[in-house]
Design a protein. Sequence first.
Length: 459
Amino acid sequence: MFAGLLLWGAVAVAQPARADLFEADTFTLENGLEVVVLPKHLAPVVYQILAYKAGAADGAPAKNGVAHFLEHLMFKGTQKFGNGVFTREVDRRGGDDNAFTNQDVTAYHQQIAKRDLPLIMEMEADRMNGIILSDPIVLPERDVIIEERHQRIENNPGAQLGEMMNAVLFLNHPYRLPIIGWQHEMQAYTTQDAIDFYGKYYAPNNAVLVIAGDVTTEEVKALAEKYYGPLPKKEMAKRERLQEPEAYAPRRVTLESEFVDQPSVSRIYLAPSFRTASGNQAYALQVLDEILGGNNVGRLYRRLVVDQGIADYAGSNYDASPFDEGSFSFYGAPRQGGTAAAIEQALDAEIADLLKNGVSDQEVADAKRRMEISAVKSRDSLNGAAQFVATRMATGSSLADIQAWPDRIKQVTAADVLAAAKAVLVLNRSVTGTLLPKPGAESGAPPATPPAPIGGGIQ
């Protein structure tokens, strides 16, 4: 999701004076809640997302999965709106609601008819400090998230490999821990764990509210002040985490599974995020990602899939969304009868060529144009825009930062791209993962998939 939104969201709110692009406005309530309004008057529909600046990486030791655990529990009910009432009220009005957790953010979102915006704002505000948690409510949900882990991780070799790759890519930072948690730790989560996380992080001055759709700033401000305004702010500690030391060697992980038909290889490099990058480095890496991995036109697809004919797929992904370190990854899978080793060798050759010869001015210009077109095509999405703005602001960006995206991309040169590539594509700051069929095993498994970005989340 985030890979596409990185291109779209910024452009969509960047030029509010242009009638054919999204407008955006922002204000802050007295209790510290940041509010963004994205008007789109195509249909009488609204989308609300409330993003808390707290995710799995903010959990206490052995409790990183509690952020996701609490996300589930937030649907259980308050004194005013009982167990399950939130979802039932949204459903019976033809809307939908859900939530997601990633390493840095926990977010709750709903899409519904405009006339019901006061209701979803009232219910969302109510559960910011009114959720009721007790053992009879909490402990059965613990079994639910453990089963979710079985489905997402234990039954998915690609997810297992990704989990192991993150565990060795990060030597010290909590991003090395899975968002959902390790199973042996999940089994020990308590009601008090959820209450502690809730009490520490769920506050208006630790959240970003975005309302998109058939609304005006005046309408949203009145409703936000009515429902969210009375909520008390809390004392919030500065967000500080363990940082990465110098890495002295690259890492490698190989997973063989009877459930794998098609081998694949991926490599993840640590990279700066929007918040941690210097100058225009993050924007240069976005352009590099488009040059290398652009759908059906990127270097990797053209050279490995079309020209050499050795890969079933090949690509790259730059994830600039995390609060701390981001990532730049490469991935590919061989055609039937080929080997993961051959794909890795081909990827290595492409990386070496990039670092030696750089990219051309024409490649940069073409990439920028494709990114602009992709952004414009995606601008009609209510939830895409709102999710991007909410999560990026919850990880340290301002609306002005997001609005500056077109200008920052416009300034990127071929020299900037090469400099960013040389700074990031350092083998000691990487992990290479190989997913292989277990010798002698038979499987009907689907093809392997690229690794999930660090900033990706789970519902």
